[in-house]
Design a protein around this ligand. Structure first.
Ligand code: CU
Length: 469
């Protein structure tokens, strides 16, 4: 397998070469954001855009076939797109069907697609540990059966911070036939621009926190209008490279997380979504509208001093009594016990001052590969020894959260991406069922790029010999 060691050097060269252009573009983007945001004062917000769904090119209902082209846009703020400048289309697949996506790489760089949260075969995972990227001008077919319902997303796993931040992402929705039909379904993809570009090694992310949020590609705040009496299923996806969402509105009804429906309805006072994280909620529209506010989040922990900002205003036409909650197929599963041992311990360390990030003192790709048997349920403890939050993500297999800082969750919590607070200690039980060599990393993309990624083998992978990319 050809080494891709030029990757970091080319990225750094890109960053330096584009720094001035990025700074100018960023200033323009901020100006535009304010210009667009100003109607808020007049109580007139632009509507949140609806995302298009990808066309299914195959008439067989058991196969969803989609064509995607990754292309350059000419836009300095969002230089890449799967959809002619917009956010990638929603790919919707019925549970149990197969998905085939033909990716045409029209970029001048290699790329891949990773199916975040989905248990795909390793060769379809879009990672570079044992497989090659899709080269410029090439086409590659990603094909796999989809066996877990939920809200997932897709994005490159090559030069990830730059390509994702530049606009390459979209939603992958796997529909559960047991779920009731809501009156409306709203997919909300939250992102911010220029999180990975303007900042040289060392300050990635934190200098960029002033960047405003977009929802479905439009600058917040935005408006959503619903009829009184309607039940709306809302899928929330944070595709930001660095930014956390800390969302609040009155009467939150949390129905699903990374890996599908919760065991029971939860009514938390906020929805915290780190980079890569998802949640589903239901809105039971009644007589009055409400605002979805975002509490500015400090990556270094503790309360921020800023006031919350409105991201979305839900307005009501034809006020009517709110409906009852829908009969979601909650499993009722009880949380597993947190046993007094660990099979694997990952220590997350690093600092913004050095810009270097480590797992167990190592930086990807020079890492020790941990291995667990296929079908096992290893207990993994992740200790955050750094002064920064990190969203922990593992590919190909999901896990149950057993405890965070010794506190057990109030319900059986199945995730693939979960926040670890500053100096926090997260314990999970991995469902190690999908064989392969899987990326295990922080989903703050500049952290992953600066080393905070390792590899966990499930079973004995077949195929070409293992080697660093
Ligand atoms: Cu991190």
């Amino acid at each position: 397998m050809p080494p891709l060691t030029s990757h970091n050097a080319s990225r750094m060269a890109y960053n330096m070469a584009s720094a001035m252009a990025s700074a100018m573009a960023y200033a323009i983007a901020l100006t535009m954001a304010y210009a667009i945001a100003s109607p808020a004062l007049a109580q007139e917000l632009p509507p949140v855009p609806r995302l298009a769904e990808a066309a299914d090119l195959d008439p067989d209902p058991a196969l969803v076939q989609v064509a995607l082209t990754a292309a350059e846009t000419g836009d300095p703020v969002f230089p890449y797109s799967y959809a002619d400048g917009g956010i990638g289309p929603i790919i919707r697949v019925p549970l149990g069907a197969s998905l085939a996506v033909d990716l045409d790489n029209a970029l001048s760089d290699p790329t891949t697609i990773h199916w975040h949260g989905v248990a795909v075969p390793e060769a379809m995972d879009g990672t570079l540990w044992r497989f090659d990227p899709v080269m410029p001008g090439e086409r590659f077919r990603y094909a796999f059966p989809v066996e877990q319902a939920g809200t997932f997303w897709y994005h490159p796993h090559f030069d990830t911070a730059r390509q994702v931040d530049g606009g390459l992402f979209g939603a992958l929705l796997v529909d559960d036939p047991a779920a009731p039909a809501a009156d409306d379904e709203l997919v909300l993809i939250f992102d911010r621009a220029m999180e990975s570009h303007e900042s040289p090694r060392g300050e990635a992310g934190h200098g960029a926190l002033m960047g405003g949020w977009r929802i479905n590609g439009a600058h917040a705040p935005l408006a959503f209008t619903a009829r009184g009496g309607a039940a709306v299923r809302v899928r929330l996806i944070n595709v930001s490279s660095v930014g956390y969402l800390d969302l609040r509105w009155p009467g939150i009804r949390h129905i699903a997380s990374d890996q599908g429906f919760l065991p029971a309805l939860q009514t938390p006072d906020r929805i915290l979504l780190g980079p890569g994280d998802r949640a589903e909620v239901e809105w039971l529209i009644g007589e009055e509208g409400f605002s979805v506010e975002n509490q500015p989040f400090s990556l270094n922990g503790g309360e921020t001093w800023q006031a919350p900002s409105e991201l979305l205003r839900v307005a009501v036409t034809e006020p009517a009594p709110a409906p009852d909650g829908l009969p979601w197929p909650f499993s009722g599963a009880a949380p597993s016990d947190d046993p007094p041992y660990s099979d694997i311990v990952y220590v997350f360390a690093g600092s913004d001052r050095t810009g270097e990030w480590f797992i167990n003192g190592e930086q990807f790709p020079a890492v020790t590969v941990e291995a667990v048997p296929q079908g096992s349920r290893p207990i993994i403890e992740i200790r955050n020894h750094s002064p920064t939050h990190h969203p922990f993500h593992i590919h190909g297999n999901h896990f149950e959260v057993l405890s965070l800082d010794g506190q057990r969750p109030p319900y059986a919590r199945y995730e693939d991406t979960v926040d670890i607070p500053v100096h926090g200690r997260l314990r999970v039980r991995l469902f190690a069922d999908n064989p392969g060599a899987w990326m295990t990393h922080c989903h703050i993309l500049p952290h992953a790029e600066e080393g905070m990624m390792t590899v966990l083998e499930v079973g004995v992978p077949e195929g070409p010999p293992r080697g660093a990319p």
